[in-house]
Design a protein around this ligand. Sequence first.
Ligand code: ZN
Length: 564
Amino acid sequence: MISKLTMAALAALIAVPLVAFEESPVPQTANLQKMAARFAPTDIGADVSTLSPANRQVLAKLVEASKIVDTLFLRQAWAGNDAMHAVLVKDQTPEGRARLHYFLINKGPWSRLDHNEPFVPGAPAKPQGANFYPADASKAEIEKWIASLPEAERARATGFFTVVHRGANGGLTLVPYNVAYQGELTRAAALLRDAAGLTTEPTLKAFLTKRAAAFLSNDYYDSDVAWMELTGAIEPTIGPYEVYEDEIFNYKAAFESYVTVQDETETAKLQKFGGELQDIENNLPIDPKYRNPKLGALAPIVVVNEIFAAGDGNRGVQTAAFNLPNDERVIREKGSKRVMLKNVQDAKFAKTLTPISQIVLAPADQRALSFDAFFTHTVVHELMHGLGPHGITVGGRKTTVRQELKDTYSFIEEAKADISGLFAIQHMIDKGVLPKSLEQALYTTYLASTFRAIRFGVNEAHGKGIAVQLNYLIDQGGFIARADGTFAVNPEKIKDGVAGLTREIMTIEAEGSYAKAQALGERLGVVRPPVKSALDKMAAVPVDIEPRFTTADRLVAEANGQRK
Ligand code: ZN
């Protein structure tokens, strides 16, 4: 039980009468522990032994700056978070400890895996606009106010880097991030400048110097460009980026940080794949007139290992990859970069996909499960987004796949990248670019991984796209649903199934056929009984990981002179 004193403090803090939370009970110790156990604690780190002592110090400084980002994000997510955190920290009862633990995982008193159900007594419903808008402002009031602003002001109001406050006169007013978060940003900027002073790598020095300046000026353009130009072993991402936490408008950027180092082996592999893409395009199993004879430049992809993640980048389910920046002007001029977090994916694979495979695969097939196959497919999935139809002509009219497929675009495009990714890997195996030994691992691992994705639901694009593939391949015979509840790959039929679905989906894209896309989603983007029973057996399998940043801890201790 949470202590009486703490309860009173919480009630006073959130100004909710005690009866309110007595009437709506929140989870207690065992339940809180069960909720937290869905995130399997996992050590996350990387080999930094080849880095120079100066570069190890750079990483330590970046970790310190990231800890400030954690504090900042907590405040961005909800105005009451700081005070609630301070109260929770003081509660030493087992229930209090369990509650604090789960609060830290979620970065607030709402369970992100459970439709943001509150789990701390007295917590209000999660504010849709987070702490970016006044808690008492309605969407209509904010919209009306934005519409009344002169154009330049309106652009700032709908921009990434301002918060909306209620002024003394009761009206709404804009506050830029460098003012709203001045204390934290000043300290973070100082740490970035320290790190810039330590490194000899010019692109890293440029990014850190420019990002530190951006924290103080609120102008992120130069530093976003510098981030696109990073080439060294250390690959940091720190700043205000994603807008998901602003559930009213998706305008405001939440602070996050990823301190990472490049993975050399995978980076080399990526370069090899890059050289194969035109050949893959030329051999796509579609009408040759839909193939692109000259692929454009590839969007850059880097594969890294995570040392530390913070803020919006470390709440609830962990980020496995991200695509940044989001600033349209930078994207137009410099493009955007895909960063894939290999060690995080490896941890998810070990803690979630391996136990899932023990449910959905027969014991003999479990041996074929392979992280290398999984990760290769994940990387090729990203590359395949760049292949196949994009700019198309429908009835003589020039348009794009995205425009024509509207709300079906996301699941179709995700399914395309997955299924044509299998096709592309098979093509490279057949050419001898990749080893023949990968083949069995590829399909078996992919089969198991579909269940992991569908577990997150078929209402979002990725899950729906996966359900389409799983059901298509089961109907076609490439995957088999056995009577004992397990699933298997049929090596006689899987390649035809993969090519067939690649053809079907890419043809829908080439034709820009919204009706066919919708029909495919309705027919196959569903959870059928055999899949449902497999999912029902997964209740005890962790949903994700809770990272413990072991390398970061060591680097910070080292920098503080406490070598261990
Ligand atoms: Zn994708």
